[in-house]
Ligand binder design. Sequence first.
Ligand code: F6R
Length: 230
Amino acid sequence: MMQVIQTRDYENLSEKVAGIIFDQLKGQPDSTLGLATGSTPVGTYQLLKKQPEHFIEATTFNLDEYVGLKESHPQSYRYFMQEKLFNTVPVKASYIPNGSATDLQEECKLYEQKIQASGGIDLQLLGLGMNGHIGFNEPGTPFDSRTHVVELAESTRQANARFFNHLDEVPTQAITMGIETIMEAKKIVLLVSGNEKVQAFDRLFRGEIEEKFPASILRTHPNITVVHDL
Ligand code: F6R
């Protein structure tokens, strides 16, 4: 079942999503939360910082991480999460794929095992890529994929180059939860904000369910809420 919540603006979207997370934690303080990076959830994370007491028993798993950036690199997703959330919100444990692991395949397997060991993800936050990607699962990724290493598309590297000094510094690989991993979350909240997402949003509802548009599979999830300000 897909529920769609239209909000007035980005602030209102962030309030709505923060409310959903607080409700989840009030009902089940030891929830396992799936988190995303990117611009869209930043407003939500700011609001979560106002009530950090709800998070002490929570465990979090992030969707993805670049390969080859140290945790201390300002563009690593670990650094991003530290800045945007964890420096103020004291979760019990926070997991992000380790993009500096020597054996990346093993790291992917371990990540899946950790998710299973924590009882699976209760609530997964997602952003929507303009090409329909979720996590770093670009168009064409099999729907039955698990946590895996991806080669970043040249277009993705170019799009992300603005955050680095030079295109050469942008990693060529990342680790991401797979589409099947994401779909196993008990609840999913998809955040969509801004005019540049209008086309992708439209395709999400009207297009075919196909691997060419990864987010389309979300329509088959039993408990998904789409919160948008379009
Ligand atoms: C982030 C992630 C990405 C983003 C997506 C939207 O961890 O996996 O799929 O959610 O690219 O990014 P923003 O929110 O910056 O538009």
